[in-house]
Design a protein around this ligand. Structure first.
Ligand code: ADP
Ligand code: MG
Length: 103
């Protein structure tokens, strides 16, 4: 099956007060192929939305950018829209679903 998405060694931190950094994602690896349905599970605050925002191109990758349909997806920038509309990632938390389809 064709590879739709590949992320490797994803790391994401956010600045905290006092010059410290909050490490949210570290060494996350994911490959999605055509026809696959994948759930992303984790407790609130574990980084699900952070990962989806990176995949959707709404957040700047800190390392190697996600590869979507064979092309590096460098994140937000002039002339670039939201990720891939047809790539709908479902993140389920506390029994409530949220759908990040390029959002
Ligand atoms: N833009 C941001 N700036 C600072 N901290 C953030 C930002 N986005 C998310 N975080 C922090 O990253 C952690 C993971 O958040 P998030 O990805 O929304 O978790 P989940 O979707 O799994 O509930 C949380 O501690 C959250 O406060
Ligand atoms: Mg979330």
């Amino acid at each position: 099956m064709a590879e739709l998405l590949n992320v490797e060694h994803v790391r994401r931190t956010f600045p905290r007060g006092g010059g410290e950094e909050l490490l949210v994602l570290e060494d996350v690896n994911l490959t999605l192929r055509e026809g696959e349905i994948v759930g992303l599970l984790g407790r609130s605050g574990s980084g699900k939305s952070t990962l989806l925002r990176l995949i959707a191109g709404l957040s700047q990758p800190q390392g190697r950018p996600p590869i979507l349909y064979g092309f590096a997806h460098p994140g937000p920038g002039a002339g670039r829209g939201h990720g891939v509309p047809e790539l709908c990632a479902l993140s389920l938390a506390d029994g409530a679903g949220e759908c990040a389809a390029g959002a």
